[in-house]
Write a protein that binds this ligand. Sequence first.
Ligand code: ZN
Length: 73
Amino acid sequence: MSDATETCIVCDKVTTEDHAAAHRYFDGRRFTLCCPICLRIFEQAPDRFARGDRPQTLIQQLIDEIKWRDPSS
Ligand SMILES: [Zn+2]
């Protein structure tokens, strides 16, 4: 158990280590993903998130794509 807060690299949501959906390592750094959707987005362009170049256009495209493919959400 850990109460340490972490911030999702994709959407900036604050979560905790226990509640994060996943952690990914890239370029020797550890990134927190709050949910499966953020995980999928991160995996499209981990190098760009790692650089701090948060690709908003890419995020929006991928969110739209995921919503379209999964109308139940
Ligand atoms: Zn997130």
